[in-house]
Design a protein around this ligand. Sequence first.
Ligand code: LLP
Length: 400
Amino acid sequence: MNFKQLATKYKTPLYVYNLDYMSERYKELKEAFKGRKSILAYAVKANSNLSVVKHFGDLGSGADCVSIGEVRRALLAGIPPYKVIFSGVGKSDDEIREAILSDILYINVESEAELFRVEQIAKELGSVSRISVRVNPNIDPKTHPYISTGLHDNKFGVDIDSAKRMYVLAKNSTALDPVGIHFHIGSQLTHLEPIYESAVIVADMVRSLLAIDIELKFFDIGGGLGVTYDKEVTIKPYDYAQAILGAIKGLDLTIICEPGRFLTANAGYFLTKVLYEKQNGDKKFVVVDGAMNDLLRPSLYNAYHKIEALVEDKSKTKVVDVVGPVCESGDFFAKNYELPEVKRNDLLIIHSAGAYGFGMGSNYNTRGRSAEVAVKGGEDRLIREREEFEDIIALEKEFI
Ligand code: LLP
C-alpha cells in the first residue's frame, strides 16, 4: 500500500482499510468451520463503516449488532435480516419493537427483565419473537479487564440457573420462540482453554434443555479471537473451530461466530503527520496531527499499536512519547517508543487500527473525525469524508 500517496491525496489524519486482507481473514475463519452449518456474523461495532459492513455482507457474512443503529446499518448494507442478531444489555422498547418488526434472526436476551419486555412487545405487535439467551459461564478469559465479559462480575448475560428458567418461560410463551444460545466471554482472547470450557458448559446446557423438549438451533459462540498487535501468539482458527466442534459433539446445531477484531484490526492503518518535536527536561515528544479522539485505544486501555515512521534513514532513533494535540495528558499513541528521527510533515503509520479505531472516535476538543479510505484490488476510495466544523455543530441549537 502506498501510504505516502494516500496521505497526499486524502490528507491526514486518515484511516486506511485493506478490504482484500479483510476478505482473506473472513475466508480463513469460514473455512475452519467447513463441513458444519455455520454463519459468521460480523461484529459491526469493530468497524461500522457502511462500505466495510457491505464488504462482509458481499462475502456472505451476517451481522452481530448491539444497537438498533447497527441493525439498520447491517440491513442498509444489504445483509439479509435472517443473518442479523441483536445483542446488548440495555435495549430500549423502541429498539426491541423495531428489531421484531425487522424480522431479524433473533434477539439475544441478556436478563430476565428484558425477556419479559420482549415478550410484552411481541404480544402487542401480535408477533412471535425469536430469542436466544446470553449465558454468562463465569469463566476468566484472561484478557484486559475492560474487555472481559464472561465473569459474574461483568454486566453481561445471565447465570446458568436464570438461563434455564428463561428458556422454560420462553418455551411456554406464545410470543417467544427460543432458537439459540449465546456466550461471549471477552475480546482479544489469546488462550483457547477459556473458550473451550465455556463452550462445554453451554453445550451441556443445550443437552439439558433437549431433555425437557426445548430444542435449540443456533449455538452462538460470540467473537473474541485475538490478533497480533505486538508479539502475541494468538488462537489459530482451525484449533478454535475444533475446540467448539468437540464441545458440541453429537448436537445438531448451526454455529454462529461473531468476529470483529479478527477480521478488521490488522487490515487498518491510521496515518498521521508529525507537527512538532519538543523536549521537556529529558523527555522527548513527537506531536502529531492525530489524537485520542481519532484512536482511543492507547489512552483507554494502554493498548500497544506499532508505529512506523515513513522516513528514509531509520538508523538513528530516539525514545519518544508520540502524542496528539488534545488537551489531556492521556492523549498519546505510545510512550517511551523507539522511533527513527523524524521531522515536521513526516508520516507515521499506526498499525492494527482497523478494529475499534474510528468507531470509538469522538469530537472531543471540537475536532472533526478523520476521513476513511478503503483499498481493494489496488484501487482506493474515500468511504467517509473528513468531518468539518459545520458537521460537528450541525445538530446544535442556540439557546433563545
Ligand atoms: N460479540 C459480542 C457479544 C461482543 O460483545 C463483541 C465485542 C464481539 C462479538 C466482537 O468481539 P471481537 O471479535 O472484536 O473481539 N473496544 C475494545 C473491544 C470491545 C469489544 C466489545 N465486544 C477494544 O478496543 O479492544
